[in-house]
Write a protein that binds this ligand. Structure first.
Ligand code: TZP
Ligand code: MG
Length: 210
């Protein structure tokens, strides 16, 4: 079984006007202690996404000392995971099935699956996914057309339904992260509450989650 860090930082291209700003942000997260980053791009075409993902991969290797090179997960795209030499893929309910993605990425890379209710969680639990995500826990403005909120009660319920590592997502901040972990999540995935001061914010998350 894989081990997830308490903070799973998401680097969403929507918040960065240039690749340089995106990779600088990722570097600050790594300096703040992040070992696992997801690259999320919901607007670019495949060519643009691959270019940015490759640059993120290149910079993360060049700028972090070897033991601190972060694991990079790409959202949605198994093909681009291979092409950009990422460490895993995160898929949702409308992407390729977990088993189709597993065929593409092989046994060694990480596969995460997003779920939004107990039925989806139970189903994903039966797949070869390495970890499951559940959300949105709280209200979020970072996702278009979010599913209904699951709340802390949803996290507690999910904890009882799976033995796989569980990532909670949606509206999670330094103010509520401890309650989410207490409810049974192994890790919190965060976009907004890292944006303003990535290094300081990541450090504070890790302090809180220790
Ligand atoms: N999936 C469910 S909520 C969400 C995603 C991608 C967005 C999380 O962003 P934030 O800003 O941490 O609420
Ligand atoms: Mg997806």
């Amino acid at each position: 079984m894989i081990h997830l860090p308490g903070l799973y930082a998401i680097v969403d291209s929507a918040f960065f006007p240039s690749t340089r700003e995106l990779t600088d942000f990722a570097h600050e997260l790594v300096e703040g202690g992040c070992t696992l980053l997801q690259y999320r791009n919901k607007s670019g075409n495949a060519r643009v996404i691959l270019e940015q993902a490759r640059e993120l991969r290149r910079q993360s290797r060049a700028r972090a000392p070897a033991p601190h090179v972060p694991k990079l997960i790409i959202n949605d795209r198994a093909d681009l995971c291979l092409a950009a030499e990422f460490d895993g893929v995160h898929i949702g309910q409308d992407d390729l099935s977990p088993e189709s993605v597993r065929k593409i990425i092989g046994p060694g890379r990480w596969l995460g699956v997003s779920t939004h209710n107990p039925e989806q969680l139970r189903e994903a639990d039966l797949t070869s996914a390495d970890y499951l995500a559940l959300g949105p826990v709280f209200s979020t403005s970072s996702k278009e057309k979010p599913d209904p909120l699951v709340g802390l009660e949803g996290v507690r319920r999910a904890r009882q339904l799976t033995g796989k590592p569980l990532v909670a997502i949606g509206g999670i901040t330094r103010a509520n992260a401890a309650s989410v972990i207490e409810a049974g999540a192994d890790s919190v995935a965060v976009i907004s509450d890292l944006l303003r001061e990535p290094r300081k914010s990541a450090e504070e998350f890790f302090r809180l989650l220790r």
